[in-house]
Design a protein around this ligand. Sequence first.
Ligand code: NAP
Length: 480
Amino acid sequence: MKKYAAYLAGEWVDASGGCNAIIDPASGEAVSAVPALTPRHVDAAVRAAQQALARSGWASDARLRADVMLQWAERIEKNVGALARRLTLENGKLLGEAKFEIGNQVNVIRFNAGLARALSGHSHSLGAKVMGVVAREPMGVVAVISPWNWPISLLVRDLAPALAAGNAVLSKPASQTAGVSVEILRLLVECDGLPEGVVGMLTGSGGSVGQAIVEHPGIDMIAFTGDGATGKGIARDAASTVKKVALELGGKSPFVLCADADMDKAVSTLVRFIFLTTCGQICTAPSRLLVESSVKKAVCERLARAIEGIKVGPGLDPASQMGAITTRDQYEKILGFIELGKKEAALVAGGGAVADVDHDKCNFIAPAIFTDMDPRSPLVQEEIFGPVLTVQSFASDEEAVHLANDTPFGLAAGVFTQNLDRAWFLSRGIKAGTVWINNYNRFYAETEVGGYKESGVGRMAGFDGLHEFTQTKHINFDST
Ligand code: NAP
């Protein structure tokens, strides 16, 4: 078991005051331990962050910020293999996916390092002797609270633009993946030129450390990614100190499959992102297949063949095609939905137990596909966050849009068709922050992400992601 320290106010804090163990979901063994910090540590970290902003040139020196971030990217690039292994041990995902997740952050950080130097406001001539300058300034002290499913992507997605914009940032990683998160942060805080106190890593539980962050009057903004219920509570509690809150929450994303689509590509893409990738524990997972009625039977047969024999096993085993469900709570929740599906819907394929594993210790679940459920069923309306797909059919594009929008969520959607008019109609009609046409789950540092409806408020990534971590100030020069 590897022991980690937390980092705050320029110092490493060990676990002598208590620690949280992290359990490998593929073996049931403890693999990491991180300090269980307390609200007292949050307060110390906030004070240090405020002092760092007041006393260092971090907020005003974009070149310094870019330089530090480029060092950070290079250090991650040199350590992808070891970081990916730790990510797999804590999260349960396949090692190849973990390598992709870690490696991709190099690109995201470099993009944001460039943006740091391109951040600009605007000016207006408001009369013969009057000029208005609208400057973009950092928010101040920002807290990034992140989940365990893509823990490094979602940490860096928010941390990199927050730093680029000149903020001090306190990170509260998900407890389940806190060890690998600390390793990523260590590579940052050891970079030359980073002022002490600008970055803090606050390990500990959401109910204690997370709640203290939300309530602390010295924190100016919270960028939260996680479950909708947690997000709603954060928005409510942050209101008492009128903090800015950006929320990236859950989804129940539709995958609209038209009869004219490239079926091979559509089915393999769907299987990849609802089952194989992180076992469907992705906020944008295409968990609802909406298929044109005329091809429903044929598509269900293809899907059944595609999931037959998928090998579920440890992420470090090169033979595994699907890894483990990350937490025991999530494992039990998914099994509950599969039981519900067997009672309330028709099983298309899958839904069986994974053979030859110790189910008391290891969180392995095989894919399950259901159809013929009530559209109001929790199977269709609630985020399952696991390898469970529901299949509904539509007879017209209007009906497809209606079904796509018929949940409280609006995070993402996929549309598969060769017909440009249909692609246009469907993508404009679906209420979601991202719509992929003839592909799925493609993320770029340059393009924004975020939710409609209960999937969130605010935008991350791209230029809007940078601007999210700023506030504007109008300075008016009047020499009349
Ligand atoms: P979660 O339970 O809401 O936890 C997310 C983070 O919030 C963790 O760091 C957690 O700490 C912390 N937390 C818990 N209670 C808190 C509180 N009262 N105050 C402050 N922080 C608190 O979510 P999860 O189970 O880790 O992640 C799965 C969810 O995230 C799914 O709903 C998924 O759709 C969503 N998600 C959304 C996106 C997106 O971009 N829209 C991306 C990925 C995931 P602990 O770990 O210590 O509990």
